[in-house]
Design a protein around this ligand. Structure first.
Ligand SMILES: Nc1ncnc2c1ncn2[C@@H]1O[C@H](COP(=O)(O)OP(=O)(O)O)[C@@H](O)[C@H]1O
Ligand SMILES: [Mg+2]
Length: 197
């Protein structure tokens, strides 16, 4: 588990407001000839749905409330069964609520996010707004910083997903060398200030 002496691999929580590109970038890591050998990705949304690790369905918002205790137990079990030496990426907007060595928060300008989420058939206008507001207010970043000292953020607004994948890998590699990936320390992104508010 995180912090245990002698372990060389890392557990990384890859989080961010829905639409920031977590699933897309994980698709790239899974398909990349080198990255796929080093990183094992656990898709938390998939795991919650496939194994019914939720408490109830929110009918109004058409979402499930994940059972975080059950999810944490199951993730630990999955990790314990992996071949040694792989780094683990926990993918999902709840990943920062699970134990991890570091948290990477994907960010996107709320206007860009609105465009990305607008394409989703299953997202109502209200749901898009809820997410762009949460992004504007740094909700996931704040939640992450409350739980972890190792939090980094990537502004994906003008990046393609391969560039985002490279940034994720560079953060993990720096951490494994005991270096702080300064470029990705939080605090550089301020959507409210950018909007002149
Ligand atoms: N870096 C990016 N730049 C532009 N659009 C992106 C980027 N990453 C993802 N998208 C698009 O945004 C939408 C949401 O991406 P997705 O990976 O499903 O986000 P998440 O898993 O974080 O909810 C998709 O339509 C995807 O094609
Ligand atoms: Mg996703």
């Amino acid at each position: 588990m995180p912090g245990k002496a002698g372990r060389r691999f890392m557990i990384i929580a890859l989080t961010g407001t829905p639409g920031t590109g977590k699933t897309t970038v994980c698709g790239i890591i899974r398909e990349h000839s080198q990255y796929r050998k080093q990183y094992h990705i656990i898709d938390l949304n998939r795991l919650v749905l496939d194994e019914k690790l939720y408490t109830e369905k929110d009918e109004k918002r058409n979402t499930y409330e994940a059972d975080m205790d059950k999810l944490e137990e199951r993730v630990k079990q999955v990790i314990s069964q992996l071949p040694k030496g792989l780094d683990v990426i926990l993918e999902g907007h709840l990943s920062h609520l699970l134990p991890a060595d570091a948290v990477i928060v994907l960010r996107a300008h709320p206007v860009a996010l609105r465009k990305r989420l607008g394409k989703r058939k299953d997202y109502s206008f209200a749901k898009v707004k809820e997410n762009t507001d949460a992004e504007a207010l740094d909700v996931i970043l704040v939640e992450s910083a409350e739980r972890s000292k190792n939090v980094f953020e990537i502004n994906t607004t003008d990046m393609n997903s391969l560039a985002v994948a490279k940034s994720i890998v560079s953060i993990i590699e720096s951490l494994k060398l005991g270096k702080a990936p300064r470029e990705f320390l939080p605090g550089k992104i301020n959507w409210i200030e950018q909007a002149g508010l």
